[in-house]
Design a protein around this ligand. Structure first.
Ligand SMILES: NC(=O)c1ccc[n+]([C@@H]2O[C@H](COP(=O)([O-])OP(=O)(O)OC[C@H]3O[C@@H](n4cnc5c(N)ncnc54)[C@H](O)[C@@H]3O)[C@@H](O)[C@H]2O)c1
Length: 275
């Protein structure tokens, strides 16, 4: 069965942008959000067949697919609620960590497949949602339930211009721990370091500092949940990074010109090879 109607829980940046994309493809879109002002904004957008803040009313709309787009901890709470309501419809989500979300959905016996759109912005809420956010972006699927209509979920995302890839939830959390969660820790701590060492320097920032710390302007709720949920992997990655920073400190303190040059040369070559 191809999904013809999608019920989105959480109408912020990601849920709102998916709603716009699915509506553009001619699908029926229903929405639930816990925030009254978000519902009022969404109602102005002429995208949704119906909107509510009540889960029972939402389930009566009987969407072909339930799409959870709320922060990680809230995602787990929603999964428990759906299980408590005896939902058997296919359910997916867009949360940025996958291991614990998928493990919980499996324990609850939901007809679930995890997902993570690799697209986003540093702003949040329905007002930040845009058309085209997912154009040509990767969408990672992390399958859980055996009978889940995975081909339909793939087709849904390909239909809005995404490139779908499948991996285990644990591999997802290592990959995105490395290229997303560690860089966010680094960006947050770099802003803290400059703020402690020389706050006046912020008035002189150029492209390099701005590029490097763009992601430090991200949503605190979302990133607190991500770090706490992927804690073991993030801690291991931070430990590796601390060791590397210490070795940079040593090489600079030792004035080891040859080693410093080689390290920069190697990192620069790796960075240039990234497509
Ligand atoms: N922002 C990004 O760049 C990005 C990228 C990829 C994935 N994600 C993931 O997508 C999810 C949503 O992120 P976002 O940036 O859209 O957040 P957001 O803050 O913009 O929106 C979240 C929405 O969920 C609603 N909400 C929260 N708890 C709820 C609940 N229990 N029931 C109903 N509504 C609830 C909020 O009112 C809000 O409207 C997160 O899990 C995040 O990790 C975000």
């Amino acid at each position: 069965m191809a999904f013809k109607s999608i019920g989105i829980i959480g109408l912020g940046l990601i849920g709102g942008s998916f709603a716009r994309a699915f509506c553009d493809r001619g699908l029926s879109v229903y929405g639930l959000d816990g925030c009254a002002s978000t519902l009022a904004e969404a109602a102005q957008a002429d995208i949704f067949q119906a909107l509510t803040d009540d889960i029972d009313q939402f389930l009566k709309m009987k969407p072909d697919l339930i799409y959870i787009c709320v922060p990680v901890e809230a995602t787990k709470a929603v999964l428990k609620t759906l299980s408590g309501k005896g939902v058997t419809a296919p359910v997916t989500d867009g949360a940025s960590t996958k291991s614990s979300v998928c493990a919980l959905a499996g324990e609850l016996g939901l007809n679930f497949c995890g997902g993570h759109p690799i697209a986003g912005r540093e702003v949040s809420g329905f007002s930040a949602s845009v058309n085209g956010l997912f154009d040509n972006a990767v969408h990672v699927l992390t399958p859980v339930a055996e009978g889940f209509p995975e081909d339909d979920l793939r087709a849904l995302h390909e239909g809005i211009g995404m490139r779908v890839t499948v991996m285990t939830a644990d591999k997802h959390d290592l990959v995105f721990g490395s290229i997303s969660h560690l860089p966010h820790v680094t960006a947050f701590s770099l802003v803290e370091a400059v703020n402690q060492a020389c706050p006046e320097a912020f008035s002189y920032t150029g492209g390099g500092f701005r590029d490097f710390t763009r992601i430090a302007a991200s949503n605190p709720r979302m990133w607190t949940d991500i770090f706490l949920d992927n804690d073991k992997t993030v801690i291991e990655l931070i430990d590796t990074y601390i060791d590397l920073l210490k070795s940079w400190r040593e090489d600079i303190a030792d004035k080891n010109e040859e080693k410093i040059y080689k390290r920069i040369e190697e990192a620069s070559s790796i960075r240039r090879s990234i497509k």
